[in-house]
Design a protein around this ligand. Structure first.
Ligand code: SIN
Length: 480
């Protein structure tokens, strides 16, 4: 069994707060790690360490900062198989997904390092003779980073690596159910030579997160998690006048129009819903299909879903692992049950596992539900699990209206051969990420990622977008 340790001021230390237990969601009797949460004094010590280290790190030449990230990337990549396995054990995604995520974290660190070579400022001419005006970007100081369970190393990487590139120190609290991969990420940066205090890792629950957010030594807050928590955080950061970036929920629609390649659409939609056991903010959990092709498309989707092996995520044949906790499993079960009671029809799955190892672990069957219309809560509420809700549309206009009628606006997809309709979706579908003829899940590391409406607040992430969040500017009127 492993120990859950914090990383404070350059050293791995035991916590002195409440007990933490990390279990395997596929076999919850198996304890993977134990330890104690960070106590208040440890949060304060971490912020003090970060504040102390921030000026030195900001003054470190950018190439040296980038070199740390490049070495960390190499370390992560060298451990991808081992850490990917650990990730699957702890989080429940399949081995292929776990190893893929670890490699992705390495790529994100490399990309963030490459940003150091790009210009961070701008130069303007002046209306006055003998003057230039320049805008310089400077680090914000200490970033508080709060990350979710579903991508326990990739999401921390895409927040922390750019924070470090732009010269900031970090105090980070990962979701308490995935401490091991967080320790691995801290380990990689420590091995790579990150100076003491520049990154601090604290485990624990909401109280630890709140103390980081409230701390006067923390200058900005970056968060990924639910819309409810994100909204509370945004309100609080407003009171504290602290810049905040929040990546929140999604209820992402895939539109399939009658002119689409139906087999290709189904082959995209199924991994887009059931990958990572549906625990992805970008999963396309809503399907809007044009009535005249609905039966054919749904038959193909169900055929593919019936072929998904559910089970131990370490088994290479398995295509879908468990959910993260019993509470997550029960939420999905309740939402599915309510929809069935409300007139939805289960085309696949729908009933919880009641016996055997799948009932003992936090497994949920991959489910496809045909809804009578867009009025059931399952159509609107994010349930964060492997459930596809399908609704029929009269035609392209109706389909777009149904897809866009959501409080969320993270990502979306449209399957069509008509370029005009696709371009219309670009203008009318209010999402931060739109896919044409591919599913809505995932994000490439070199382009902006983030949502609209209740899905996102503040600066986007990834690509060059984090520069605006992790730096502040000074406009310099420069004369000789
Ligand atoms: C998410 O969907 O939760 C993050 C984006 C991704 O899959 O990479």
């Amino acid at each position: 069994m492993k120990e859950i340790v914090h990383y404070i001021d350059g050293g791995f230390r035991e916590g002195t707060g409440a007990e933490l237990v990390d279990v395997n969601p596929a076999a919850p009797d198996t304890v993977l790690a134990k330890g104690r949460a960070a106590a208040e004094a440890q949060v304060d010590a971490a912020v003090a360490a970060a504040s102390g280290a921030a000026p030195g790190w900001a003054a470190t030449p950018f190439r040296e900062r980038a070199a740390v990230l490049v070495r960390a990337a190499a370390h992560i990549r060298a451990h991808a198989d081992e850490w990917g396995r650990e990730l699957s054990l702890e989080e429940g995604k399949t081995l292929a997904e776990g190893v893929g995520e670890v490699r992705r974290a390495a790529d994100i660190c490399d990309y963030a390092a490459s940003e150091a070579d790009r210009p961070t400022g701008e130069l303007f001419d002046s209306p006055r003779a003998g003057e230039r005006i320049m805008v310089v970007h400077k680090p914000v100081g200490v970033a508080g980073v709060i990350t979710p369970f579903n991508f326990p190393i990739a999401i921390p990487a895409w927040k922390i690596a750019p924070a470090l590139t732009y010269g900031n120190a970090v105090v980070w609290k990962p979701a308490e159910v995935v401490p091991l991969l967080a320790i691995r990420f801290a380990e990689a940066l420590a091995e790579a030579g990150l100076p003491a205090g520049v990154l601090n890792l604290l485990h624990g629950g909401a109280d630890v997160g709140s103390r980081i957010v409230e701390h006067p030594g923390v200058n900005v807050v970056a968060f990924t998690g639910s819309t409810a928590v994100g909204r509370a955080l945004i309100r609080r950061c407003g009171d504290l006048a602290k810049p905040v970036q929040a990546e929140m929920g999604g209820k992402n629609a895939a539109i399939v129009l009658a002119d689409a390649d139906l087999a290709a659409a189904a082959a995209q939609i199924v991994p887009g819903v059931f990958g990572v056991s549906g625990q992805r903010c970008t999963s396309n959990t809503r399907l809007v299909v044009e009535d005249r092709v609905a039966d054919d498309l749904l038959a193909e989707v169900v055929r593919l879903v019936d072929g998904l092996d559910v089970g131990d995520p370490l088994d290479p044949a398995v295509r879908m692992g468990p959910l993260i906790t019993a509470a997550a499993r029960d939420t999905v079960g309740r939402a599915t049950g309510e929809a069935l009671d409300g007139g939805a029809k289960a085309l696949a799955g729908g009933e919880p596992y009641t016996s055997g190892p799948l009932a003992e672990g936090y497994f949920v069957p991959p489910s496809v539900l045909a809804l009578p219309g867009p009025d059931l809560p399952l159509w609107r509420r994010e349930v964060f699990g492997p459930v596809l809700a399908a609704v029929r549309a009269d035609g392209p206009e109706h389909a777009l209206a149904l897809a866009d009628d959501s409080e969320y606006g993270l990502s979306g997809a449209i399957f069509t051969r008509d370029l005009g309709t696709a371009l219309r979706a670009v203008d009318e579908f209010d999402v931060g990420v739109l896919h044409v003829n591919s599913n809505s899940a995932g994000a490439d590391l070199h382009v902006p990622f983030g949502g609209e409406k209740a899905s996102g607040f503040g600066a986007k992430e990834q690509g060059r977008a984090p520069r605006d969040f992790y730096t502040r500017t000074t406009t310099v009127y420069l004369r000789g």
